[in-house]
Design a protein around this ligand. Structure first.
Ligand SMILES: *Cc1c(COP(=O)(O)O)cnc(C)c1O
Length: 434
Protein backbone atom coordinates (compact mmCIF):
# COMPACT_ATOMS: atom_id res chain seq x y z
CA UNK A 1 0.00 0.00 0.00
CA UNK A 2 1.00 3.63 -0.49
CA UNK A 3 1.49 6.14 2.31
CA UNK A 4 -1.96 7.74 2.08
CA UNK A 5 -3.59 4.32 2.49
CA UNK A 6 -1.21 3.05 5.19
CA UNK A 7 -1.86 6.23 7.18
CA UNK A 8 -5.57 5.43 7.31
CA UNK A 9 -5.70 1.62 7.44
CA UNK A 10 -2.48 -0.04 8.62
CA UNK A 11 -2.68 -2.08 11.79
CA UNK A 12 -6.43 -2.16 12.19
CA UNK A 13 -9.42 -4.09 10.86
CA UNK A 14 -12.81 -3.46 12.47
CA UNK A 15 -12.61 -5.52 15.62
CA UNK A 16 -14.55 -8.79 15.32
CA UNK A 17 -16.65 -8.29 18.45
CA UNK A 18 -17.99 -4.74 18.09
CA UNK A 19 -17.22 -4.00 14.42
CA UNK A 20 -15.99 -0.59 15.57
CA UNK A 21 -14.59 1.22 12.55
CA UNK A 22 -12.59 3.77 14.52
CA UNK A 23 -9.66 2.37 16.49
CA UNK A 24 -11.02 1.70 20.02
CA UNK A 25 -9.33 3.30 23.00
CA UNK A 26 -8.33 0.36 25.20
CA UNK A 27 -8.17 2.27 28.45
CA UNK A 28 -7.04 -0.71 30.49
CA UNK A 29 -4.02 -1.58 32.58
CA UNK A 30 -4.24 -5.36 32.44
CA UNK A 31 -5.46 -8.25 30.28
CA UNK A 32 -7.00 -11.48 31.55
CA UNK A 33 -5.10 -14.77 31.19
CA UNK A 34 -6.99 -17.86 30.06
CA UNK A 35 -4.92 -19.98 32.45
CA UNK A 36 -1.64 -20.08 34.35
CA UNK A 37 0.02 -21.63 31.31
CA UNK A 38 -1.29 -18.85 29.06
CA UNK A 39 0.09 -16.27 31.51
CA UNK A 40 3.44 -18.06 31.56
CA UNK A 41 3.64 -18.17 27.77
CA UNK A 42 2.95 -14.43 27.63
CA UNK A 43 5.64 -13.73 30.23
CA UNK A 44 8.10 -15.90 28.31
CA UNK A 45 7.34 -13.86 25.17
CA UNK A 46 6.42 -17.18 23.55
CA UNK A 47 2.93 -16.17 22.51
CA UNK A 48 1.58 -12.88 21.24
CA UNK A 49 -0.86 -11.03 23.39
CA UNK A 50 -1.16 -8.44 26.09
CA UNK A 51 -0.52 -8.63 29.81
CA UNK A 52 0.07 -5.12 31.20
CA UNK A 53 -0.18 -1.76 29.41
CA UNK A 54 3.27 -0.58 30.49
CA UNK A 55 4.59 -3.17 28.03
CA UNK A 56 1.98 -3.07 25.27
CA UNK A 57 -1.57 -1.89 24.64
CA UNK A 58 -3.89 -2.66 21.68
CA UNK A 59 -4.61 0.99 20.80
CA UNK A 60 -0.94 1.86 20.97
CA UNK A 61 -0.14 -1.27 18.95
CA UNK A 62 -2.18 0.08 16.02
CA UNK A 63 -0.16 3.29 16.17
CA UNK A 64 3.08 1.30 16.31
CA UNK A 65 2.13 -0.77 13.28
CA UNK A 66 1.07 2.32 11.34
CA UNK A 67 4.29 4.21 12.02
CA UNK A 68 6.39 1.08 11.30
CA UNK A 69 4.61 0.58 7.97
CA UNK A 70 5.00 4.23 6.98
CA UNK A 71 8.75 3.93 7.61
CA UNK A 72 9.03 0.45 6.10
CA UNK A 73 10.32 -1.12 9.32
CA UNK A 74 9.79 -4.50 11.02
CA UNK A 75 8.40 -2.99 14.18
CA UNK A 76 8.01 0.12 16.29
CA UNK A 77 7.77 1.05 19.93
CA UNK A 78 5.60 4.04 20.81
CA UNK A 79 6.50 5.96 23.96
CA UNK A 80 5.39 9.05 25.84
CA UNK A 81 7.50 11.64 23.99
CA UNK A 82 10.10 12.02 21.29
CA UNK A 83 12.73 12.53 23.98
CA UNK A 84 11.84 9.22 25.63
CA UNK A 85 12.13 7.55 22.22
CA UNK A 86 15.61 9.02 21.70
CA UNK A 87 16.71 8.06 25.21
CA UNK A 88 15.63 4.43 24.74
CA UNK A 89 17.05 4.32 21.22
CA UNK A 90 20.49 5.26 22.57
CA UNK A 91 20.59 3.21 25.77
CA UNK A 92 19.32 0.16 23.92
CA UNK A 93 22.73 0.23 22.18
CA UNK A 94 25.15 1.98 24.49
CA UNK A 95 25.85 1.53 28.17
CA UNK A 96 28.66 2.58 30.47
CA UNK A 97 31.82 3.01 28.39
CA UNK A 98 30.05 3.17 25.06
CA UNK A 99 29.99 6.22 22.84
CA UNK A 100 27.75 7.73 20.20
CA UNK A 101 29.10 9.68 17.26
CA UNK A 102 26.75 12.49 16.30
CA UNK A 103 26.36 15.32 13.84
CA UNK A 104 26.44 18.69 15.63
CA UNK A 105 23.13 20.07 14.31
CA UNK A 106 20.54 18.70 16.71
CA UNK A 107 17.28 19.50 18.37
CA UNK A 108 18.22 21.42 21.55
CA UNK A 109 16.96 18.88 24.08
CA UNK A 110 18.59 16.00 22.23
CA UNK A 111 21.86 17.91 22.36
CA UNK A 112 21.40 18.30 26.12
CA UNK A 113 20.62 14.60 26.54
CA UNK A 114 23.74 13.60 24.65
CA UNK A 115 26.14 16.22 25.97
CA UNK A 116 25.05 16.54 29.62
CA UNK A 117 22.76 13.73 30.77
CA UNK A 118 23.99 10.48 29.22
CA UNK A 119 27.65 11.16 30.17
CA UNK A 120 26.60 10.84 33.82
CA UNK A 121 25.69 7.25 32.99
CA UNK A 122 29.02 6.70 31.28
CA UNK A 123 27.72 7.13 27.73
CA UNK A 124 29.63 9.85 25.92
CA UNK A 125 28.90 11.55 22.63
CA UNK A 126 31.54 12.62 20.18
CA UNK A 127 30.16 15.52 18.19
CA UNK A 128 31.63 15.81 14.72
CA UNK A 129 32.46 19.31 13.51
CA UNK A 130 30.04 18.90 10.59
CA UNK A 131 27.39 16.52 9.31
CA UNK A 132 29.75 15.16 6.63
CA UNK A 133 30.49 11.45 6.52
CA UNK A 134 34.27 11.86 6.76
CA UNK A 135 33.94 14.04 9.87
CA UNK A 136 31.78 11.31 11.42
CA UNK A 137 34.06 8.48 10.38
CA UNK A 138 37.11 10.01 12.07
CA UNK A 139 35.37 9.74 15.46
CA UNK A 140 34.21 6.11 15.32
CA UNK A 141 36.19 3.71 17.49
CA UNK A 142 35.79 0.24 19.00
CA UNK A 143 33.43 1.55 21.69
CA UNK A 144 31.11 3.37 19.28
CA UNK A 145 27.60 1.95 19.47
CA UNK A 146 25.74 4.22 17.08
CA UNK A 147 26.07 7.05 14.61
CA UNK A 148 23.34 9.62 15.04
CA UNK A 149 21.87 12.39 12.93
CA UNK A 150 18.61 14.12 12.24
CA UNK A 151 17.52 13.60 8.64
CA UNK A 152 16.62 17.30 8.51
CA UNK A 153 18.20 19.19 11.39
CA UNK A 154 15.88 21.09 13.70
CA UNK A 155 16.33 24.06 13.71
CA UNK A 156 19.42 24.32 11.47
CA UNK A 157 17.60 22.93 8.43
CA UNK A 158 20.65 20.98 7.24
CA UNK A 159 19.85 17.85 5.29
CA UNK A 160 22.11 14.93 6.06
CA UNK A 161 23.47 12.67 3.38
CA UNK A 162 21.94 9.57 4.99
CA UNK A 163 23.37 7.16 2.46
CA UNK A 164 26.92 8.41 3.07
CA UNK A 165 26.47 8.33 6.86
CA UNK A 166 25.06 4.78 6.72
CA UNK A 167 27.99 3.69 4.61
CA UNK A 168 30.65 4.87 7.06
CA UNK A 169 28.71 3.56 10.06
CA UNK A 170 28.34 0.13 8.46
CA UNK A 171 31.97 0.04 7.39
CA UNK A 172 32.79 0.08 11.12
CA UNK A 173 30.02 -2.32 12.15
CA UNK A 174 27.86 0.37 13.74
CA UNK A 175 24.17 1.15 13.12
CA UNK A 176 22.89 4.55 11.99
CA UNK A 177 20.08 6.03 14.07
CA UNK A 178 18.23 8.96 12.53
CA UNK A 179 15.67 11.32 13.97
CA UNK A 180 13.18 11.60 11.09
CA UNK A 181 10.76 13.95 12.87
CA UNK A 182 11.10 16.94 10.57
CA UNK A 183 11.07 15.04 7.29
CA UNK A 184 8.32 12.56 8.28
CA UNK A 185 8.06 9.30 6.35
CA UNK A 186 5.95 11.20 3.83
CA UNK A 187 8.96 13.16 2.58
CA UNK A 188 11.73 10.68 3.39
CA UNK A 189 12.07 6.99 4.23
CA UNK A 190 15.52 6.69 5.79
CA UNK A 191 15.66 2.87 5.65
CA UNK A 192 15.69 3.08 1.85
CA UNK A 193 19.07 4.79 2.20
CA UNK A 194 20.60 2.47 4.77
CA UNK A 195 19.57 3.95 8.13
CA UNK A 196 18.97 1.17 10.65
CA UNK A 197 16.76 2.80 13.26
CA UNK A 198 14.56 5.84 13.01
CA UNK A 199 13.14 7.88 15.84
CA UNK A 200 10.16 10.22 15.74
CA UNK A 201 8.62 12.88 17.84
CA UNK A 202 5.00 12.05 16.97
CA UNK A 203 4.20 15.35 18.67
CA UNK A 204 5.06 17.20 15.48
CA UNK A 205 3.84 16.55 11.92
CA UNK A 206 2.55 13.02 12.50
CA UNK A 207 0.16 14.08 15.26
CA UNK A 208 -0.02 17.38 13.46
CA UNK A 209 -2.31 19.49 15.60
CA UNK A 210 -0.22 20.57 18.58
CA UNK A 211 -2.37 18.63 21.04
CA UNK A 212 -0.46 15.50 21.96
CA UNK A 213 3.03 14.45 22.96
CA UNK A 214 4.29 11.11 21.70
CA UNK A 215 7.38 9.39 20.36
CA UNK A 216 8.33 6.27 18.45
CA UNK A 217 11.36 4.16 17.64
CA UNK A 218 11.22 2.20 14.39
CA UNK A 219 13.50 -0.74 13.63
CA UNK A 220 14.43 -1.44 10.00
CA UNK A 221 15.22 -5.02 10.96
CA UNK A 222 18.30 -4.90 8.75
CA UNK A 223 21.24 -4.36 11.09
CA UNK A 224 23.21 -7.64 11.44
CA UNK A 225 23.60 -7.74 15.25
CA UNK A 226 24.95 -11.29 15.18
CA UNK A 227 27.82 -10.24 12.88
CA UNK A 228 28.94 -7.79 15.55
CA UNK A 229 28.38 -9.97 18.59
CA UNK A 230 31.13 -8.40 20.66
CA UNK A 231 30.09 -4.78 20.13
CA UNK A 232 26.43 -5.67 20.68
CA UNK A 233 26.70 -8.36 23.33
CA UNK A 234 23.33 -7.41 24.83
CA UNK A 235 21.55 -8.68 21.72
CA UNK A 236 23.61 -11.84 21.42
CA UNK A 237 24.10 -13.07 24.98
CA UNK A 238 21.56 -14.37 27.51
CA UNK A 239 19.68 -11.55 29.25
CA UNK A 240 19.76 -12.32 32.98
CA UNK A 241 16.99 -9.77 33.56
CA UNK A 242 14.81 -11.86 31.28
CA UNK A 243 15.46 -15.48 32.31
CA UNK A 244 18.33 -15.95 29.91
CA UNK A 245 16.56 -14.96 26.71
CA UNK A 246 18.79 -14.14 23.71
CA UNK A 247 17.13 -11.41 21.66
CA UNK A 248 18.62 -12.23 18.27
CA UNK A 249 17.64 -15.89 18.69
CA UNK A 250 14.15 -15.23 19.93
CA UNK A 251 13.22 -12.32 17.66
CA UNK A 252 15.60 -12.42 14.67
CA UNK A 253 15.27 -9.21 12.66
CA UNK A 254 13.15 -7.56 15.37
CA UNK A 255 15.75 -8.07 18.15
CA UNK A 256 16.45 -4.36 18.62
CA UNK A 257 12.88 -3.17 18.95
CA UNK A 258 11.84 -6.13 21.11
CA UNK A 259 14.69 -5.44 23.49
CA UNK A 260 13.72 -1.75 23.66
CA UNK A 261 10.27 -2.84 24.78
CA UNK A 262 11.19 -5.78 26.99
CA UNK A 263 14.02 -4.04 28.81
CA UNK A 264 13.49 -0.28 28.75
CA UNK A 265 9.76 0.21 28.30
CA UNK A 266 9.14 -2.54 30.85
CA UNK A 267 11.49 -1.22 33.52
CA UNK A 268 11.55 2.54 32.89
CA UNK A 269 7.99 3.01 31.69
CA UNK A 270 7.79 6.14 29.52
CA UNK A 271 4.42 4.92 28.36
CA UNK A 272 2.12 6.65 25.87
CA UNK A 273 -1.46 6.72 27.11
CA UNK A 274 -3.98 4.88 24.89
CA UNK A 275 -5.93 8.10 24.57
CA UNK A 276 -2.88 9.88 23.22
CA UNK A 277 -2.25 6.98 20.85
CA UNK A 278 -5.82 7.48 19.57
CA UNK A 279 -5.27 11.22 19.04
CA UNK A 280 -2.01 10.59 17.23
CA UNK A 281 -3.74 8.05 14.98
CA UNK A 282 -6.34 10.70 14.13
CA UNK A 283 -3.54 13.03 13.13
CA UNK A 284 -1.70 10.43 11.09
CA UNK A 285 -4.77 9.79 8.91
CA UNK A 286 -4.23 13.18 7.23
CA UNK A 287 -0.44 13.50 7.42
CA UNK A 288 0.17 13.06 3.71
CA UNK A 289 -2.33 15.78 2.79
CA UNK A 290 -1.06 18.14 5.43
CA UNK A 291 2.59 17.71 4.56
CA UNK A 292 1.80 18.48 0.93
CA UNK A 293 0.19 21.79 1.91
CA UNK A 294 2.87 22.61 4.50
CA UNK A 295 5.52 22.20 1.81
CA UNK A 296 3.62 24.26 -0.77
CA UNK A 297 2.91 27.13 1.65
CA UNK A 298 6.50 27.15 2.89
CA UNK A 299 7.85 27.54 -0.61
CA UNK A 300 5.67 30.61 -1.18
CA UNK A 301 6.68 32.15 2.15
CA UNK A 302 10.36 31.47 1.50
CA UNK A 303 10.09 33.11 -1.93
CA UNK A 304 8.40 36.14 -0.39
CA UNK A 305 11.19 36.50 2.18
CA UNK A 306 13.94 35.94 -0.37
CA UNK A 307 12.66 38.85 -2.47
CA UNK A 308 12.24 41.22 0.45
CA UNK A 309 14.95 43.88 0.97
CA UNK A 310 14.33 43.91 4.76
CA UNK A 311 15.53 40.29 4.99
CA UNK A 312 19.26 39.50 5.29
CA UNK A 313 19.20 35.79 4.47
CA UNK A 314 16.82 32.85 4.00
CA UNK A 315 18.03 29.32 4.68
CA UNK A 316 15.47 27.45 2.60
CA UNK A 317 16.70 24.19 1.13
CA UNK A 318 14.41 24.46 -1.88
CA UNK A 319 16.38 27.34 -3.46
CA UNK A 320 18.86 26.25 -6.13
CA UNK A 321 21.66 28.19 -4.42
CA UNK A 322 21.10 26.37 -1.12
CA UNK A 323 23.93 23.99 -0.15
CA UNK A 324 21.19 21.43 0.47
CA UNK A 325 19.42 21.77 -2.87
CA UNK A 326 20.95 18.60 -4.35
CA UNK A 327 20.08 16.65 -1.20
CA UNK A 328 16.48 17.89 -1.41
CA UNK A 329 16.32 16.45 -4.91
CA UNK A 330 17.91 13.18 -3.84
CA UNK A 331 16.15 12.53 -0.54
CA UNK A 332 12.99 14.66 -0.47
CA UNK A 333 11.78 14.35 -4.02
CA UNK A 334 12.38 18.07 -4.51
CA UNK A 335 10.14 19.01 -1.58
CA UNK A 336 11.94 21.17 0.93
CA UNK A 337 10.61 21.07 4.48
CA UNK A 338 8.14 23.64 5.82
CA UNK A 339 10.60 24.22 8.65
CA UNK A 340 13.24 26.77 7.73
CA UNK A 341 15.13 29.70 9.15
CA UNK A 342 15.76 33.25 8.08
CA UNK A 343 17.42 36.36 9.44
CA UNK A 344 16.17 39.91 9.29
CA UNK A 345 18.59 42.80 8.70
CA UNK A 346 19.56 44.46 11.98
CA UNK A 347 20.76 41.40 13.95
CA UNK A 348 19.57 40.14 17.29
CA UNK A 349 17.45 43.15 18.26
CA UNK A 350 15.69 43.32 14.90
CA UNK A 351 15.06 39.57 15.05
CA UNK A 352 13.44 39.98 18.45
CA UNK A 353 11.35 42.95 17.27
CA UNK A 354 10.10 40.94 14.28
CA UNK A 355 9.27 38.06 16.56
CA UNK A 356 7.36 40.25 18.99
CA UNK A 357 5.37 41.90 16.17
CA UNK A 358 3.87 38.66 14.82
CA UNK A 359 0.09 38.44 15.19
CA UNK A 360 -1.17 35.33 13.37
CA UNK A 361 1.99 33.26 13.62
CA UNK A 362 2.32 31.93 17.16
CA UNK A 363 5.46 32.55 19.23
CA UNK A 364 6.34 29.23 20.82
CA UNK A 365 8.66 26.26 20.75
CA UNK A 366 7.00 23.63 18.64
CA UNK A 367 6.92 22.61 14.99
CA UNK A 368 4.68 20.65 12.67
CA UNK A 369 1.36 22.01 13.89
CA UNK A 370 -1.41 22.90 11.42
CA UNK A 371 -0.81 26.44 12.70
CA UNK A 372 2.15 28.53 11.57
CA UNK A 373 4.70 28.85 14.35
CA UNK A 374 7.83 30.88 15.00
CA UNK A 375 10.72 30.41 17.37
CA UNK A 376 13.75 32.53 18.23
CA UNK A 377 16.25 29.75 19.09
CA UNK A 378 18.94 31.99 20.61
CA UNK A 379 16.59 33.07 23.38
CA UNK A 380 14.78 29.74 23.89
CA UNK A 381 15.67 26.27 22.63
CA UNK A 382 19.39 26.89 22.23
CA UNK A 383 20.02 29.40 25.00
CA UNK A 384 21.96 26.89 27.11
CA UNK A 385 24.65 26.75 24.41
CA UNK A 386 27.64 29.02 24.09
CA UNK A 387 27.67 31.33 21.02
CA UNK A 388 30.24 29.02 19.43
CA UNK A 389 28.10 25.93 20.06
CA UNK A 390 25.12 27.82 18.65
CA UNK A 391 27.05 28.67 15.52
CA UNK A 392 28.01 25.00 15.05
CA UNK A 393 24.37 24.06 15.55
CA UNK A 394 23.47 26.49 12.77
CA UNK A 395 21.98 29.25 14.95
CA UNK A 396 22.78 32.96 14.66
CA UNK A 397 21.62 35.66 17.12
CA UNK A 398 18.94 36.89 14.69
CA UNK A 399 17.79 33.46 13.46
CA UNK A 400 14.04 32.99 13.33
CA UNK A 401 12.80 29.45 12.76
CA UNK A 402 9.46 29.22 10.99
CA UNK A 403 7.23 26.18 10.87
CA UNK A 404 4.79 27.08 8.14
CA UNK A 405 1.28 25.80 8.75
CA UNK A 406 -1.67 25.05 6.52
CA UNK A 407 -3.57 28.33 6.87
CA UNK A 408 -4.20 30.31 3.66
CA UNK A 409 -0.74 31.29 2.52
CA UNK A 410 -1.70 34.92 1.85
CA UNK A 411 -2.67 35.35 5.50
CA UNK A 412 0.69 33.95 6.60
CA UNK A 413 2.57 36.27 4.24
CA UNK A 414 0.55 39.32 5.33
CA UNK A 415 1.47 38.66 8.95
CA UNK A 416 5.16 38.33 8.12
CA UNK A 417 4.99 41.48 6.01
CA UNK A 418 3.53 43.61 8.81
CA UNK A 419 6.01 42.21 11.37
CA UNK A 420 8.92 42.98 9.02
CA UNK A 421 7.59 46.50 8.59
CA UNK A 422 7.46 47.05 12.34
CA UNK A 423 10.88 45.55 13.04
CA UNK A 424 12.70 47.33 10.27
CA UNK A 425 11.18 50.69 11.06
CA UNK A 426 12.81 50.31 14.49
CA UNK A 427 16.19 48.88 13.55
CA UNK A 428 17.24 49.33 9.95
CA UNK A 429 15.97 52.78 9.09
CA UNK A 430 18.50 54.38 6.75
CA UNK A 431 20.28 57.24 8.55
CA UNK A 432 19.03 60.68 7.54
CA UNK A 433 21.51 62.60 5.41
CA UNK A 434 23.97 64.42 7.64
C1 LIG B 1 10.36 17.96 19.13
C2 LIG B 1 11.50 17.16 18.72
C3 LIG B 1 12.01 16.16 19.57
C4 LIG B 1 11.45 15.89 20.94
O1 LIG B 1 10.13 15.44 20.87
P1 LIG B 1 9.11 15.55 22.10
O2 LIG B 1 7.94 14.77 21.60
O3 LIG B 1 8.83 16.99 22.32
O4 LIG B 1 9.78 14.92 23.28
C5 LIG B 1 13.08 15.42 19.12
N1 LIG B 1 13.63 15.64 17.91
C6 LIG B 1 13.18 16.59 17.07
C7 LIG B 1 13.82 16.78 15.76
C8 LIG B 1 12.10 17.37 17.45
O5 LIG B 1 11.65 18.32 16.61
Amino acid sequence: MRDETIAIHAGYDPDPVTKSVAVPIYQTVSYAFDSADHGAALFNLETEGYRYSRIANPTTAVLEKRVADLEGGVGALAVATGQAALHYAFINLADNGGNIVSVPQLYGTTYTLLSHILPRQGITTRFADSDKADAIERLIDENTKAVFSETIGNPAGNICDIEALAKVAHRHGVPLIVDNTVATPILLKPFEYGADISVHSLTKFLGGHGTTLGGAIVDSGRFPWTDHAKRFAAFNEPDESYHGLIYTQQFGAAAYIQRARSVYQRTMGSVLSPFNAFLLLQGIETVALRVERHVENARKVAEFLQNDPRVAWVNYAGFPDSPFYALVQKYLNGQASSLFTFGIKGGHEAGKAFYDALKLITRLVNIGDAKSLACHPASTTHRQMSPEQQRLAGILPETIRLSIGIEHVEDIIEDIDQALAQASSQYTQPKAAE
